[in-house]
Design a protein around this ligand. Structure first.
Ligand SMILES: [Fe+2]
Length: 177
C-alpha cells in the first residue's frame, strides 16, 4: 500500500462515518461512486475521482450537519498534491456540474436528494448563461458531469458494502508520487 493510499484510508476510516444529511455514510458513498465508475469501464483517474470527490467534507473545518459547502475546491486542492488533473478537475467541478444540470436538464433538480437540494442554495443556485458557457469551456466538464451522475446514484442504503481499500490499486495507478 502506498503512503498516499494509507493517508487517504486513514482519513476515511476516521471521518468517513459522517452522513451530512444523506442515508449513507461518506465512506459508503465513496465506494458506491467508485464502484459505478468501475462498472462503466472508466479509467483509473475517474475511479479515483469518484472515490475521493467528497474528501473536502472530511478534511479541515466542517459542519457536522452538512459538511463543507466548498468541499469541491477544498478537496481538489488537497488532492492536487498527489494526483493529476484527470483526478482533481472532475472533483473541483462536481458541484458546478450539479448547478449546470439543475439549470440545463429538465427534471434533474427533482431527482436530487433533499440534502443535495438544500446545499445547492449555498453553492450558488442555478447558473447564469455566462456560467453555463464558462462551465462548458472547462476541459474536464464532461468528466465532471459523469462524476455527478455517480454522485447522485451512489446513495443506496440497501447495497452491501465494498471495502474502501479494495480501490487502492486505482489510487496507485494514478498517483503522482
Ligand atoms: Fe458526493
Amino acid at each position: 500500500m502506498t503512503d498516499i493510499f494509507s493517508k487517504i484510508d486513514k482519513i476515511y476510516n476516521e471521518a468517513g462515518h459522517n452522513h451530512y444529511g444523506e442515508g449513507v455514510s461518506q465512506i459508503e458513498h465513496a465506494v458506491q461512486c467508485a464502484r459505478l465508475a468501475v462498472e462503466e469501464g472508466e479509467r483509473s483517474d475517474m475511479v479515483v475521482a469518484a472515490l475521493l470527490h467528497d474528501i473536502g467534507h472530511l478534511i479541515g473545518e466542517v459542519n457536522s450537519d452538512h459538511g463543507n459547502f466548498s468541499h469541491d475546491h477544498a478537496g481538489a486542492e488537497f488532492l492536487s498534491r498527489y494526483f493529476p488533473p484527470g483526478v482533481t478537475e472532475p472533483v473541483r467541478l462536481h458541484v458546478s456540474a450539479k448547478r449546470y444540470l439543475c439549470t440545463t436538464e429538465a427534471g434533474y433538480i427533482d431527482s436530487l436528494s433533499e440534502a443535495s437540494r438544500y446545499s445547492l442554495e449555498h453553492q450558488g443556485g442555478l447558473m447564469t448563461e455566462d456560467e453555463v458557457t464558462a462551465f462548458r469551456a472547462e476541459p474536464f466538464y464532461e468528466q465532471a458531469i459523469r462524476l455527478r451522475r455517480w454522485d447522485d446514484e451512489g446513495k443506496d442504503e440497501t447495497l452491501a458494502s465494498t471495502p474502501f481499500n479494495s480501490f487502492s490499486r486505482y489510487v496507485e495507478d494514478v498517483c503522482n508520487v
